[in-house]
Each structure stands twice: as structure tokens, then as C-alpha cells.
Ligand binder design. Structure first.
Ligand SMILES: Cc1cc2nc3c(=O)[nH]c(=O)nc-3n(C[C@H](O)[C@H](O)[C@H](O)COP(=O)(O)OP(=O)(O)OC[C@H]3O[C@@H](n4cnc5c(N)ncnc54)[C@H](O)[C@@H]3O)c2cc1C
Length: 322
């Protein structure tokens, strides 16, 4: 069923990856988005391949694997995309840390000298995207495949019937309200501060330190320091007290970052949901596929999500199958 006119609502990493996949499959795709890619939550992301604050299940694990493979290929084949394979350490503070991600990413026990006292950790190499490069690259790739972009807010997805044969709702934290049938989306606020990189080449993630999450992610344009995990908080204003805490925790982990020049600050709302929603939405005026609820793993699940949406839209309608 290629050649359908498909509207993709949303121009974050999920909307763009999905638009790319649908256009590559031969569909006529238009992205409708209120915010441009660089103004989305996706632009705030670190953005490292690592499962965090999102559903884990066999279906989601398959998306983790395919996204890792696609991002690794992009890092090798398209240096201009801004995706690099970065080595670093995941610090673990609990007695039974979740190491399930090592099923896809090769990892070894980290040397104790790289860890805070009493902690364990894993050393690995995974893709990390400089979103200020990657999102525009993805947008350009979509455009080269014929995808059109319209900057506008959608208030009623059913109103897309007539103009389009099908639609995908990839509107991040606002998707549930837009569809009107889902109240389970919860924003998880994340704040970061971006500093001039004093030469840090490796990432560090320490997400087991009580309620705090601390990370240093070297992008090509800065060193991203984070972060927070504030369930239900919605303020998009950076909080100076929170920023001071981030700077202090990061300097404790990697002392060379202390006192470095701050380049920018950002806040994003992770679109968390108890389960990822990538499925047809029944009873609408046109076929609609939902693609949201990625929490803290939007980049990490992006290509797997896009492939799943494309498969759903290429499947013949139920009545034709019977
Ligand atoms: C601080 C922070 C760090 C993170 N780090 C990582 C990381 O390292 N790795 C990782 O995998 N993930 C990370 N994440 C999570 C990741 O950013 C999200 O999972 C991801 O951005 C979700 O992408 P999305 O495309 O669903 O939503 P968004 O990026 O929010 O995009 C939504 C799009 O929908 C549009 N839209 C919304 N409503 C409407 C409407 N009514 N009409 C038209 N358009 C609409 C918006 O304008 C926008 O274009 C992080 C998040 C934060 C906040």
C-alpha cells in the first residue's frame, strides 16, 4: 500500500524518523508541526542511545536493537549527520543494576579507578547525537525524499481526513490530549546546562544516585551536563538552583568541568507513558497510527518506532485481510 498521502503530526526525532521511513517506502508525506525540529524536546536531548524511563518489553527491545544498528550505520556512513560512537561509563549504585542493555551494546566492567567509591559500572561505546546537527540533517534527508513541511498546530486529527489517506500522531507529550482518548501521558521534566567542553571525550552517566540523575555527554558543539527527572513538572524555565546542583554533581564526577563557560541552558518534557504507544488508533475519520510515549528514550527508539509505523501503514486494512 505505498503511495498513500500521509500526514505526520510532529517534527521531533520521532516525527522526522517516521516521515523519513514512510517517504523511503514510497508514500507522499507531509510533516505538520507547531514547532520546528530545533525547538522541540528532541533538541534538548543528550542524545545518547541508552534505554531510560520508557517501557521495556520484547517489542520495545526490538526497537532498541534496530535503532542502535541504524544509528551506528549513520555514524559510519554520514559523518555530517552529527552522530558519533562515543565511549564512556555507566555508573551503577544499586546492588542489582539493570544491565539488560548489554544484550545489544558490547560492554565490559569499568575499572574501579573510573568510578566513585563503592560504585560499580560498565564501560561501553554507543551512538551519541549532536542534535543541533542531527535534526536538521534528518529534516534535509526527508526533504530530499520529497517530504513537505508545514508549520501549523493541529487541533483535530480527524479533520485531516479528505486531505490525507492516513495520519501519524508523533506529537510528543501532547499526543494523548490531541487524540483525546489517552490521559496516561506524564511529562518528566529534564533540565540541562551546556558548557564549553574542556576536552572531555567520554560520556559519564550516573542515574542511580537517589532521585538525582547526573550525566556528562560530549557533543560536537558542547558538553551537555544534566540533569533532572521531575515527574509531572511542566515549567520550561531553567531553574538556577537546579542548575547549580547539576554543575556541582558533574564537577564531583569530572573535576575538570568546574567553572567552565556556560553556553546555553535548556529544559524539555520527556513524554512518558506506562507503555509506548505505537499502534493504530481505532474509530477515527481516517486511519491514524499513534507514535508516542518514548519518555527518556526517544532518540534510542526512534528508528525502531519509524520502522514499526511504516509496517503498520503498509499492512492491508483488516477487512481486506479476512
Ligand atoms: C533533558 C533531556 C535529556 C534527554 N536525553 C535523551 C537521551 O540522551 N537519549 C534519548 O534517547 N532520549 C533522551 N531524551 C528523551 C527525548 O528527548 C524524547 O523521548 C524525545 O524528544 C521525544 O520525541 P518526540 O518526537 O516524541 O517529541 P518532541 O521532540 O517533543 O516533538 C513533538 C513535535 O510535535 C509537535 N506538536 C505537538 N503538538 C502538536 C499539535 N497539536 N499540532 C502540531 N504539532 C504538534 C511539536 O511542535 C514537535 O514538533 C531526553 C529528554 C530530555 C528532556
Amino acid at each position: 500500500m505505498s503511495g498513500q498521502r500521509i500526514a505526520v503530526v510532529g517534527a521531533g526525532v520521532i516525527g522526522l524518523s517516521t516521515a523519513h521511513e514512510l517517504a523511503a517506502a514510497g508514500h507522499d508525506v507531509t510533516v505538520l508541526a507547531e514547532l520546528d525540529p530545533l525547538d522541540t524536546t528532541s533538541a534538548v536531548a543528550g542524545a545518547i542511545w541508552f534505554p531510560y524511563a520508557a517501557e521495556r518489553s520484547a517489542a520495545v527491545d526490538a526497537m532498541l536493537a534496530s535503532t542502535l544498528a541504524r544509528c551506528t550505520a549513520i555514524a559510519g556512513d554520514h559523518p555530517e549527520a552529527g552522530v558519533d560512537l562515543r565511549s564512556g561509563v555507566i555508573i551503577e549504585r544499586s546492588a542489582e543494576p539493570d544491565r539488560s542493555w548489554t544484550a545489544w551494546a558490547h560492554a565490559t566492567e569499568a575499572d574501579a579507578s573510573a568510578l566513585p567509591p563503592g560504585a560499580t559500572g560498565m564501560r561501553t561505546t554507543v551512538p551519541l547525537a549532536t542534535m543541533s546537527l542531527y535534526l536538521p540533517w534528518l529534516r534535509d534527508r526527508c526533504a530530499a525524499l520529497g517530504v513537505r513541511f508545514e508549520r501549523r498546530a493541529i487541533h483535530d486529527p480527524d479533520a485531516l481526513a479528505g486531505g490525507f489517506d492516513a495520519a501519524v500522531v508523533a506529537a510528543g507529550v501532547r499526543s494523548g490530549a490531541l487524540l483525546g482518548d489517552d490521559t496516561t501521558v506524564v511529562p518528566i521534566r529534564g533540565q540541562v546546562v551546556r558548557i564549553e567542553n574542556p576536552g572531555v571525550e567520554e560520556f559519564v552517566i550516573d542515574d542511580d544516585e537517589g532521585d538525582a540523575i547526573t550525566y556528562l555527554l560530549p557533543r560536537r558543539d558542547c558538553l551537555v551536563l544534566g540533569g533532572t527527572h521531575e515527574v509531572g513538572a511542566t515549567s520550561l524555565e531553567p531553574d538556577p538552583a537546579i542548575e547549580a546542583g547539576i554543575l556541582e554533581r558533574c564537577a564531583r564526577l569530572v573535576p575538570v568541568v568546574a567553572g567552565r563557560r556556560i553556553l546555553s541552558r535548556a529544559v524539555g518534557l520527556r513524554p512518558w507513558r506506562p507503555t509506548l504507544r505505537v499502534e493504530p488508533v481505532p474509530g477515527r475519520a481516517l486511519p491514524i497510527v499513534a507514535a508516542y510515549g518514548h519518555g527518556g528514550s526517544g532518540m534510542t527508539l526512534s528508528w525502531g518506532t519509524a520502522e514499526r509505523v511504516a509496517a503498520l501503514l503498509d499492512a492491508p486494512p483488516a477487512q481486506e485481510r479476512s
